[in-house]
Design a protein around this ligand. Sequence first.
Ligand code: NDP
Ligand code: 2IT
Length: 444
Amino acid sequence: MSYVDEMIQRAVNKNPGEPEFHQAVREVLDSLRPVIDRDEDMYRRDAILERLTEPDRVISFRVPWINDKGHVKVNRGYRVQFSSAIGPYKGGLRFHPSVNQGIVKFLGFEQIFKNALTGLPIGGGKGGSDFDPKGKSDREVMAFCQSFMSELYRHIGANIDVPAGDIGVGGREVGYLYGQFKRLTGRYEGVLTGKGLTFGGSLVRTEATGYGLIYITEEMLRDHDMTMSGKTVVVSGSGNVATYAVERAQHFGAKVVAMSDSNGYVYDPKGIQVDVVKEIKEKRRGRIKEYVDAVPTAKYTEGKGVWSIPCDIALPCATQNELTLDDIRTLKDNGCFAVAEGANMPVTQEATDFILENKMLFLPGKASNAGGVTTSALEMTQNSERVYWSFEKTDSRLKEIMVNIYAQISTAAKEYGVEDNFVIGANIAAFKKVSDAMHSQGVV
Ligand code: NDP
Ligand code: 2IT
């Protein structure tokens, strides 16, 4: 059996009950065949793939907190510190009832490669909890965050591990987490990113993932003699990534006609009004169906059908495995020619294979959603310098880095004879950096 096949099998055998982690490992390792096969003996001898697929450490802990009725609740918290080959662990925290160890490991594993593509010195990590912030009062969310940090604080630090937001974790949660870290340690340091603008946060971090997604998508289109202008776009999700992807796509002249949440989707043929979405989601913490109260000409439909709406470009920005083989067949039949992942691994393996076989354009999340962590790293830079950068400076650095990521993944794809296969391009370009650092640092 080839080294790659052995290692895929090993990841499955050693991590039972973690299908998302298996999926992420399989996708990355499959792409690396052209690199590994050239020098299999060396990679085997140094056990590069065994070390790459085994996290530095997995931390799991009890999070007890008291709800508004005075009852004690217990959730489980995680932090997976996956790889520090190229910098301190960096990656978000996800609060969602579906969170388990396998999901945090898949996200931490992806983060290693994403962070390498940014060209900034950050390793890969991820964390979170099965806590559901939906329907909780601010006080309950604060109680949970304080308890979560009461364990997490001993494992993180500005030069050790720097968490940030992800699903269910935004400015409010990062603020509570930061306050508790400071209280426990007495240290005012850039230990979290996505902080409020009055206490060390960076301009553009809120917009960064969605904006970055559009910058790299535009760059891919430009490279294929097209532009976003005049294209019809469908975006799934209506959270942080989705909202700012819509905002930037519209800025570039696209018409975004649909958004969704886990209950259903809205179709607005005149173009989504992003201010209405912000009002519902950011201020009221409401549901996307409320959109039609403000825009009666739009239509709300219960259920998962957002991909049935015809578009040129699909931007999945909600969660993993939300866009299936059936969805991509429908999208293609309706004229869709490009998909760029705003979420982490939103397109299933079968749907990705279909996309590549049918020569549709496809940007994998580890490249296309790297704008968030990029701007987090720029926040770390500003914290170290003890300064704030302007919106324009931060946004132009973000854009520059997204364009550079496209150049790296497109060059790597060409170099290995698979032009326009950005899945292989991204995995190879990132792996080369990480494995080079691993070789140089010896057996650790
Ligand atoms: P938010 O919590 O702000 O929004 C998540 C959105 O996705 C909501 O609309 C939510 O709907 C929907 N969603 C979540 N889980 C499900 C589910 N199981 N089924 C259907 N819909 C779901 O999160 P973000 O926008 O921050 O994150 C979205 C994706 O982008 C995630 O994959 C995340 O890992 C990724 N990402 C985020 C970055 C960031 O900077 N925030 C950076 C890079 C990637 P509902 O409200 O109904 O739950
Ligand atoms: O998936 C991701 O890249 C994020 N949730 C952002 C991580 C970060 O550290 O900003």
